[in-house]
Design a protein around this ligand. Structure first.
Ligand code: GAP
Length: 457
């Protein structure tokens, strides 16, 4: 397996960690993320994505899919549904084990996860916010319930999936029979998951509806360590390849008391935010938990027979499970910078130094003046040509400096300016976001130049 994971956005040195409020405000103001059902007061832990947000999410998903599925001969993809048979969640262990233990403050009524309480508060049974007395811990299941069917009494209670990966185990046998995959091989999926998180928060970090990306890699037990190490290293490199501040990335091993019920070993890839180190993706040693349990609960034998040796065994599983939403959030936090006024930019600016691959708008086409018809017509023509290849924006409102800053703030890597020289020799100015450097190019060279810079394939 080979992969192009080079990053063309330059490192920006030691820039300060970004307060979450800046990203929340930018996201709403410029159309990345909106609170869901805002006109009704919103729903905690649920968000919608605006015009720029949806473009960026699509770019993130597409890059993951390309690098995990399309360029690997031993990995295929599926798209499973959010609703499954309820027995799935008994077999998976989620009905029994997917719980948070909570205490409530008798005074201010705030709820706290026992495993998130500072040790001092736990020992003294005191609320971290007001010092009030805490209740005995109670157990809450995180699975979201729903019902299939319309006839009262015949409706079947099931769950919105609590982790997207279950579809992969359910479809594993069908994939094996309908494709030419042999162990070792992997199945990938991107899809929504739902959790009744007791303490949603930190903007997109902990939501109740979110999107996961999973690789489940099926191996012979004797090769588990080799493939676990392989995917662990590869996923770390993947994240390193998409951020500017690689010093904000690390691994953290799970202690025995925090391992999920399905994992024998786990490592988190974490990103450092202003709040702390936070989980971005989990690499889990799921062993034979999933296929054994589904064999047992469904009565279908999910063991594998090696076509050459005829050995029969339940495959073991390496899981890499991350989130589209956390990637979205951490990319924004990683890319955002406020620059003071300088020789290059007298006013200073906010800039999103996003990798061009993920930037929602790839190029903005700007006529130098909007009252000169020839400039406007030429700029519109260029914009129309570029739109066939990438997301392009046409903008003729305000002076050119303000238009550049508008694009810098949303991470547009290139601005193309059509000026009076364009009308004479068909060249345009191409301004690059990070260094604010400018070159002149013939307009016929523009499409190939930009495509090479903004796509990964
Ligand atoms: N199948 C394994 C699994 O679900 P997890 O560590 O619970 O493992 C995997 O979740 C990833 O899903 C996390 O690393 C994170 O990126 C994302 N994730 C989990 N809970 C989330 C939530 N409440 N909001 C947003 N993303 C979440």
């Amino acid at each position: 397996m080979t992969q192009t994971e080079d990053k063309t956005t330059p490192s920006t040195g030691d820039t300060p960690l970004v307060p979450m409020e800046k990203i929340v405000s930018l996201s709403k103001r410029r159309g990345f993320v909106y609170p869901n059902s805002e006109i009704y007061g919103g729903v905690s832990g649920i968000y919608d994505f605006g015009p720029l947000g949806v473009e960026m999410r699509n770019n993130i998903r597409r890059y993951w899919w390309w690098s995990m599925v399309q360029i690997n001969d031993n990995v295929v993809g599926i798209e499973g549904n959010i609703i499954t048979h309820p027995r799935v969640w008994e077999a998976s262990g989620h009905v029994e084990n997917f719980v948070d233990r909570l205490v409530e403050c008798k005074n201010c009524k705030r709820r706290w996860r026992v495993d998130h309480l500072p040790e001092e508060n736990l020992e003294q049974n005191k609320c971290p916010a007001c010092g009030g007395e805490l209740t005995e811990p109670r157990t809450f299941n995180l699975m979201m319930e729903t019902y299939i069917g319309v006839v009262e009494g015949e409706r079947m209670k099931t769950y919105l999936r609590g982790e997207a990966s279950q579809n992969i185990y359910l479809d594993y046998d069908n994939v094996l029979k309908s494709s030419r995959m042999q162990i070792p091989f992997g199945i990938c999926q991107i899809g929504k998951a739902f959790r009744n998180e007791v303490t949603p928060g930190n903007f997109l970090f902990r939501q109740r509806e979110f999107e996961q990306w999973d690789l489940q890699f099926f191996v012979h037990p004797s090769e588990m360590q080799k493939w676990f190490d392989y995917w662990k290293a590869r996923r770390f490199e993947w994240y390193k390849g998409i951020i500017n501040h690689t010093d904000r990335l690390r691994f953290r091993a799970h202690g025995p008391d925090e391992l999920a019920h399905y994992a024998k070993q786990a490592f988190d890839i974490e990103y450092r935010t202003i709040l702390d180190w936070q989980e971005w993706e989990g690499i889990h040693w799921r062993q034979d938990w999933d296929l054994s349990r589904h064999s047992q609960f469904s009565g279908q034998d999910l063991s594998y027979t090696d076509p050459e040796t005829k050995e029969r065994y339940i495959p073991w599983i390496v899981e890499t499970s991350g989130g589209v939403d956390r990637t979205f959030l951490f990319l924004l936090l990683d890319a955002y910078e406020e620059e003071s006024p300088s020789d290059k930019d007298k006013e200073g600016r906010s800039v999103l130094r996003l990798h061009p691959w993920f930037a929602p708008v790839k190029v903005a086409v700007l006529p130098l003046q909007k009252n000169k018809e020839e400039l406007v017509t030429t700029a519109r023509d260029i914009h129309k040509r570029l739109q066939r290849l990438m997301v392009s924006q046409y903008d003729d409102v305000a002076n050119i400096g303000r238009r550049y800053r508008r694009q810098d703030e949303i991470g547009t890597p290139f601005c193309v300016t059509v000026d009076f020289q364009t009308l004479e020799d068909q060249t345009v100015t191409v301004r690059e976001r990070d260094g604010m450097t400018q070159i002149r190019l013939h307009m016929n060279e523009l499409p190939a130049y930009l495509v090479e810079k903004v796509t990964w394939m």
